[in-house]
Design a protein around this ligand. Sequence first.
Ligand code: SF4
Length: 374
Amino acid sequence: MIESPIVRRASRQILVGSLRIGGDAPIAVQSMTNTETTDVDATVRQVRAIAEAGADLVRVSVPSMDAAKAFAQIRQRVEIPLVADIHFDHKIALEVIQAGVDCLRINPGNIGREDRVRSVVSACRDKGVPIRIGVNAGSLEKDLQKKYGEPKPEALVESAMRHIDILDRLDFQEFKVSLKASEIFMTVAAYHLIADQIEQPLHLGITEAGGLRSGTVKSAAGLGMLLMDGIGDTLRISLAADPVEEVKVGFDLLRAFRLRSRGINFIACPSCSRQTFDVIGTMNQLEARLEDVKTSLDVAVIGCVVNGPGEARQADLGLTGGNPDSLALFIDGKQAARLPGSNFIDELEATIRQQAEIKEYERSQLIAKAMDTH
Ligand code: SF4
């Protein structure tokens, strides 16, 4: 596995339930439910599906007192840390804090009277619940819209600093911040500006990015620029799609930057007339069959000898074409076996699974050894 050359911005670490965010913690991947929160069964099902896909935390919108009561039931039925998304209403905030929420997404400046802000912050302090300040270009304060004329990075940062100042005055430092716009240059500039001004963790996202394909590309372009510069402690890929897809894309993005690994990192050629087996069909089958594998493993699937042996040797496991009747299978850089030119998918899947188990065992041994020496 190649190490990432990225040097991450130093940030203060906060705790969202048992999940560490910021500091040396891995970049957390999150998504948000899109069910009616009052439909407890449907929301629990979706939270579990998002968790199963590998998410570290899940945000649930809590727009009413009924939703807050439902949230209390949801909290009891799932393990994963939950963030409650609340706008304005301090009573809802207090209710979900009592229900065991792990993080509140609320902007202190929108809560209203000082005594209400104080009561929410003090309840958060008592229960160890951090706050996420979330500024969105689409809902900037009226006076900032007037001052800047149109959403600008500086306007997003000024809005965030107002909320941060309120928490500062109350000596509350357990928060993270997001500054989202649907336009990637604005988002990237805003995060760069705030990254130098505060020490708290930053939650990344391109808001309203689009559908599965276009939103993935836009998010990867925008968040990629930030991740490359070491910015970002947690992220959500906002897609008009199943939230499970958001989690998969989030991990794919972090894996591409070698910032986090989970599951199989496929290296596959696009195929051409030189291929000696069906590369695309093989890839489609492997991706579908191996979705459940959580161990990080590089697997190369290359159609011919032009790049095949080179890529296959670099990967943990690599299949390469060449002889149409006999494909070469490399494991840990060495040719380990040959597979027939067709109908090999069951054997290939079994070998990859076996290799994943071996790697998992080796990693657990290394961790145990490292703990022994401390
Ligand atoms: S590796 Fe071989 S089969 Fe794959 S695209 Fe390149 S030349 Fe074509």
